[in-house]
Design a protein. Sequence first.
Lengths: 214, 214
Amino acid sequence: MRMYGNWRSAAAFRVRIALKLKGIPYEETFIDLDAGDQHRPEFRAINPQGAVPALFDGEGPPLTQSLAILDYLEETHPSVPLLPADPRERARVRSLAQVVACDTHPLYVPRVRNHLMGAYDLPRDRMMDFVRHAFATGLTALEARLSTEPGTGRYAQGDRLSHADLCLASLWVGTAIFDVPTDAYPTVRRIAEECLSQPAFMEAHPKRQPGAPA
Amino acid sequence: MRMYGNWRSAAAFRVRIALKLKGIPYEETFIDLDAGDQHRPEFRAINPQGAVPALFDGEGPPLTQSLAILDYLEETHPSVPLLPADPRERARVRSLAQVVACDTHPLYVPRVRNHLMGAYDLPRDRMMDFVRHAFATGLTALEARLSTEPGTGRYAQGDRLSHADLCLASLWVGTAIFDVPTDAYPTVRRIAEECLSQPAFMEAHPKRQPGAPA
């Protein structure tokens, strides 16, 4: 497979972890979001939305949106499952994943940060307050659920890795990139550190990708 | 089933349409988001995130996050399918749904609107510029994809209703609620109007729910 990604992208990180956990060979092409490469015609022809990741599996059209890609990989490469078999457990995994991928991450992507600074004349530190508020809201929701719901185990859902963990880890890595305080989220921290100590997560980590600062 | 929802919620609308299309009986309890009922302890005990919809199916724990609920309903009530059988087509449906449910809708929910007005002293009309920008970005992405990708048919994916249409319709209805210009999105309009003329969509429509303005 071929993925168009970016070292810092939380969405690309999630997909990269799944590819590695499932043992799917892939190559990644770096899209420089800071330079605006996602808006160039060559990339808009791949994803008119101008967002990473975009994944090519053979000759088919590009696959976009990280959660849609995770489900596609699950359906086409089920041998290392990243969703439980039980519908209620699958729903809980997806719900936790969506707290990150729907309610939190879209609030701090480059296009929103740039819009806040451009349209509202916000200096960078005031814009970053918005980013940190988004992180805090999402992390608070995750902590409230993971620390009380009986489904939580070694990982977000029981003792097997799932899409929820991939999303959780992608959010956790962002707390370092965006300097977000994390003391209030011990359950999220425990699960994130459990995940990030494993080879697939380490190899997929933003810091280890092309384009990342040394 | 029992759903906790709100007349205006785009996420509750999506789930309501799926319940009606699949013929699943349900009752809905109105959560007054403007009055802050989602933050009361009684509702936080149901969903610590303080967001609708939350769906109870029998005695199990509440199901949350609209896309997770749609997948749960698909897995437990497959007889009126709202996802295609082919993995690539499923991925396209989910990707289009996520343009709405991940990249667009979370930017204009009450908690974000209130945060912008509170933390940044934005008057309502300046905050509404942020909302309209979010709609315009999402609608532009949908129009670019739906008007060019060969998968588009009578509906977002071919000639059968899918999760993509439920999300698209929920966004389209929001353009009226939030006074968003729509002339630039003829393909989105065509599909939305095709959907919204059907009984399940009409019965599930925000305007027809308890709590909606007369």
